[in-house]
Design a protein around this ligand. Structure first.
Ligand SMILES: CSC[C@H]1O[C@@H](n2cnc3c(O)ncnc32)[C@H](O)[C@@H]1O
Ligand SMILES: [Zn+2]
Length: 448
């Protein structure tokens, strides 16, 4: 911190709060403040010291709040908000083959993706998510929506063998990814990955192509893996090995690989995960709702494997609520392992923030409140019946705060949600525009 006798450095804003949870280091700070300049955290310290050391035109004081890093939704399909509630209570392959893929086949377009992603961003920002890791068709449309609405997004270039409105096959997907990379690199809030859909929808040739492009461009890879027992059985029948072993043989697994779901893991799978350094995106609510299984998070964490938390898409969850998701993750880990100490409050908060950032290679930039990192932060008011009394703010965030208690959200130092309201867009206007898509999707059977 600068000397208090010299002229005070000017920063853009100072945010102070009753409690600050920086996530790293793992401490709870009382009456602390952040000094922010040009979207970056310049300093974090006791409120009085920060105000004595810096001057800012914009000062926010949050007396009943926790200030913490925004959540990183480590796996979603943002545009699927347009299919929320379309097909429930079904197993994964029935849900995909008989409901979701036919609707996507008929309706997905850049306009569909823009609309669905805007709805998702409106929901996610309101719930305190400041970064999302996306996998969907027409990634340039999703990237543009995130950039326009001021949300950080890690955009996956989809690779899938079967023909879609987006591309004819895996080769065409890889070509589209290579063509789009430079364009999305111009968007300051966007980073990119390759997103082969799943081991059962991408043959070895497409996976080799993925590995080559990922190596050439140093891109992360984001993929659904070991989501169901059926996926593992099918791989054993078709390839003679489990999906993870097949991906390892194809040279895809390394610390830049994010394996989503991972509900089916034997001891050899865990060894592959540990030795490769891959990260896991745990999506407990989607896995529960589709009856896919439960990722053995306690065993995964014992091996030192990085765990992040994702909601999956709104058509299988059915919300994009990271506070709800992290609570489900914490409770499920305890229930599944029979150990109430599994996935305690601090660790689950870390997984939903810094763990997600590290899983997508963004740990240098976001996920914790540290000098030098971007000011991606949220305030949660604990002045609410659901969170009274406050013995331990970390416990309140992990176990009882609801997303309606998220009052303020900043991405890159820019305020996106103020006092619970979107700053730059009208939610009713978003719903009105989306309604046209809803009508077309609802009417689809009459129009065939
Ligand atoms: C090729 S874009 C992404 C693709 O994934 C589908 N999808 C959504 N949720 C899941 C899931 O849990 N497992 C597998 N595939 C899923 C989505 O509908 C898109 O087609
Ligand atoms: Zn998914």
């Amino acid at each position: 911190m600068p000397s208090q006798h010299a002229a005070k450095p000017v920063v853009d804003q100072i945010i102070s709060a009753r409690w600050v949870i920086p996530v790293r280091p793992r401490v709870l700070l009382h009456h602390h403040a952040l000094a922010i300049k040009q979207g970056r955290i310049v300093a974090i310290g006791p409120r009085d010291e920060i105000h004595a050391a810096y001057t800012a035109a914009d000062n926010t004081t949050l007396d009943q709040h926790v200030l913490m890093p925004g959540f990183v939704n480590a796996h979603t399909h943002a545009a699927m908000t347009l299919m929320r509630g379309l097909a429930d209570d079904l197993p994964l392959m029935t849900w995909l083959n008989e409901h979701i893929w036919p609707v996507e086949g008929r309706f997905v377009s850049p306009e569909f993706v823009s609309m669905g992603t805007e709805l998702a961003i409106a929901e996610m920002l309101r719930g305190g998510t400041t970064t999302f890791n996306d996998m969907y068709f027409f990634p340039e449309a999703a990237a543009q929506s995130a950039q326009n609405m001021g949300m950080r997004a890690h955009i996956g270039h989809v690779i899938i063998d079967f023909p879609t409105a987006y591309a004819a096959n895996a080769d065409a997907c890889l070509q589209a990814a290579a063509d789009l990379l430079p364009c999305l690199q111009q968007m300051p809030l966007i980073r990119q990955s390759l997103a082969p859909h799943a081991p059962y929808t991408v043959a070895d040739a497409g996976l080799r192509g993925t590995r080559e492009l990922a190596e050439a461009e140093q891109l992360p890879v984001h993929m659904h893996v070991h989501e169901t027992a059926h996926e593992v059985e099918e791989s054993l029948a078709q390839h003679g090995r489990r999906p993870l072993a097949r991906l390892a043989e194809l040279g895809l697994l390394n610390p830049r690989f994010l394996a989503v779901h991972m509900t089916q893991l034997d001891a050899d799978d865990l060894t592959i995960c540990r030795d490769s350094g891959l990260h896991i995106a745990h999506c407990p609510e989607s896995n529960l709702k589709l009856g896919s299984g439960i990722a053995p998070v306690a065993r995964i964490r014992e091996q030192g494997i990085g765990v992040a938390i994702g909601t999956d898409g709104a058509a299988s969850n059915n919300d994009l609520d990271m506070l709800g998701e992290l609570r489900t993750a914490a409770l499920l880990a305890k229930g599944f392992s029979g150990d109430p100490t599994a996935f305690p409050a601090w660790e689950v908060l870390e997984a939903a923030t810094l763990g997600g950032a590290e899983a997508i290679g963004w740990g240098d930039l976001t996920g914790s409140l540290e000098p030098g990192k971007t000011a991606d932060c949220i305030a949660i008011s604990l002045d609410h019946p659901a969170t009274f009394p406050v013995y331990d703010p970390v416990s309140q965030v992990a176990y009882c705060a609801g997303r309606d208690q998220v009052t303020h959200v900043w991405v890159n130092g820019q305020i996106r949600i103020r006092r619970g309201q979107a700053v730059d867009w009208e939610e009713q206007a978003l719903f009105s525009r989306a309604q046209a898509w809803v009508k077309r999707i609802r009417d689809k059977d009459q129009n065939t």
